[in-house]
Design a protein around this ligand. Structure first.
Ligand code: GAL
Length: 461
């Protein structure tokens, strides 16, 4: 044994010059690889730096990044309690989230300002500046409150028009069961069109509930949530994906509908459990190479699944990756910037708001790394509740790379039709708050920041 062991290295060394040639070649290859890696990191470093310099020096983007502070205080308790009562049951501390969820809270108007204060979107008098007022009532061009909750936006290149699709929830809120979530019967998917992302014309209900056939997925007492539309270049069809469910959220499926035009009507094609798994909150993401992906909360919302759609976008393929496993995230909203994929998600607390997280990945299939809470400004509670809202979509602001509109829903569980839209500037720039797990400075991701504004406008031009 010992001899053999001794002999083995000799065998190589006997090859003499061959051995050293190999060593030199391997060393050279290693050096080349290291050099390549280093110059890649360096190039990416420089690109990101240059981009960040451009972003931070752009006056209009600086405006979007301004920090607005909120100082809402919890009102002092109503009425005095007797000392005996106080002894029996210590006073429950009320949080701002409790106040938000309480339909009788004196703070109601702060979260859901009434009609009087809200002709919105609003044109500043005398000029053409449009402002977004997150949380106020947003009206369409007919003067009616916009009904496009849990929605997303498609930019239609052909007509150079934006189409905003979402849940049309203009019906009474009720509880199907004592312990069930507040709900509104399905009415359908509302569609609004706009040239400027500000004036929205109602195009009608482009996919309607089924009124009579109780076995239909879209029968009114079921659930239709988070519709998203993408356009398929190859087939010339507009394809809508949505979460379909029963009133107890046990069907946990996705539905697909198709149309020849962005303004519908959409034909409903049916539903499935993608890859054979439960699917609740979901979205679709169209990449710049025309590939499209379905991303959905699965395994009792404990993880997300991500898989490419077929070429016609009407089905999923057999490929699926589990991402953010064990993190219990939902309401996914994906976007891409400088070749990196980003995603905002929420926690799973029903209609109640919770803290958003930003995630990033070099490949859409992962690994996805969680970067922390993207919310900036307001106050601590605002940041911990995603400004009392939940993510639904992220739209690039045209001609301003690195800047996006973060679209979220401020759900009103006591009157879901009165849920509000919280759109805010989202900027990808600047260093992360803390170094990520696998670093070695690569991959180099920028911070995703969502800035609170009571009032803000899109950068002009
Ligand atoms: C949330 C979800 C919403 C809706 C709601 C019902 O978690 O994001 O889309 O399903 O639950 O309670």
């Amino acid at each position: 044994m010992r001899n053999l062991y001794k002999k083995t290295p000799n065998l190589h060394c006997n090859a003499g010059s061959k051995c050293s040639m190999f060593t030199v070649l391997w060393c050279l290859l290693g050096c080349l690889l290291l050099f390549h890696l280093h110059s890649n990191i360096d190039r990416k470093d420089r690109e990101v730096e240059q981009f960040q310099l451009r972003v931070s020096h752009h006056p209009q983007l600086r405006e979007l990044q301004e920090v607005e502070v909120e100082s809402i205080r919890i009102p002092s308790s109503k009425g005095k309690r007797s000392p005996r009562a106080a002894k029996r049951r210590p006073k429950r501390t009320t949080t701002l989230v409790d106040e938000f969820m309480d339909e009788n809270s004196p703070l109601r108007h702060v979260f859901f300002p009434g009609r009087k204060s809200t002709i919105q979107p609003m044109k500043a008098s005398g000029n053409d500046t449009y402002y977004y007022y997150p949380g106020r009532i947003w009206l369409d061009t007919d003067g009616n409150p916009i009904q496009a909750h849990g929605g997303g936006i498609l930019y239609d290149e052909k007509s150079r028009t934006y189409y905003w699709y979402g849940e049309y929830k203009d019906g009474p809120t009720y509880h199907a069961h004592k312990k069930g979530a507040a709900r509104v019967d399905i009415i359908g998917v509302g569609c609004y069109s706009s040239k400027d992302l500000w004036t929205w014309k109602h195009e009608g209900i482009v996919l309607a509930a089924e009124e009579t056939n109780e076995t239909h997925d879209l029968y009114k007492s079921n659930v239709l949530e988070r519709p998203k539309v993408i356009y398929n270049d190859k087939t010339g069809k507009y394809v809508m994906w949505m979460h379909v469910d029963d009133a107890n959220y046990t069907k946990a499926s996705v539905g697909v509908a198709i149309s020849d035009t962005p303004y519908g009507p959409f034909d409903y094609l049916g539903s499935q459990r993608p890859h054979g798994y439960e699917s609740r909150d979901m979205t679709v993401f169209q990449d710049d190479d025309s590939m499209a992906y379905l991303i959905y909360s699965s395994e009792d919302n404990s993880e997300l699944h991500l898989g490419p759609l077929t070429e016609n976008y009407l089905n999923v393929t057999s490929v699926m990756r589990r991402i953010l496993v064990g993190q219990r995230r939902e309401a996914p909203a994906l976007f891409k910037h400088q070749g990196t994929y980003y995603m905002i998600t929420s926690g799973c607390t029903g209609w109640a708001p919770n803290a958003a997280l930003a995630h990033a990945a070099e490949s859409i299939f992962g690994p996805w790394e969680t970067m922390g809470n993207p919310c900036i400004g307001g106050n601590k509670v605002f940041r911990q509740t995603t400004f009392f809202a939940q993510s639904t979509f992220v739209l690039p602001i045209p001609r301003f790379p690195g800047s996006f509109i973060f679209m979220a829903d401020r759900w009103n569980p006591s009157d879901l039709r009165d849920s509000r839209y919280v759109w805010l500037p989202l900027i990808v720039a600047g260093p992360l708050d803390q170094p990520l797990e696998y670093s070695f400075q690569f991959p180099l991701w920028s911070r995703v920041s969502i800035y609170w504004h009571r009032k803000w406008k899109l950068p002009q031009g």
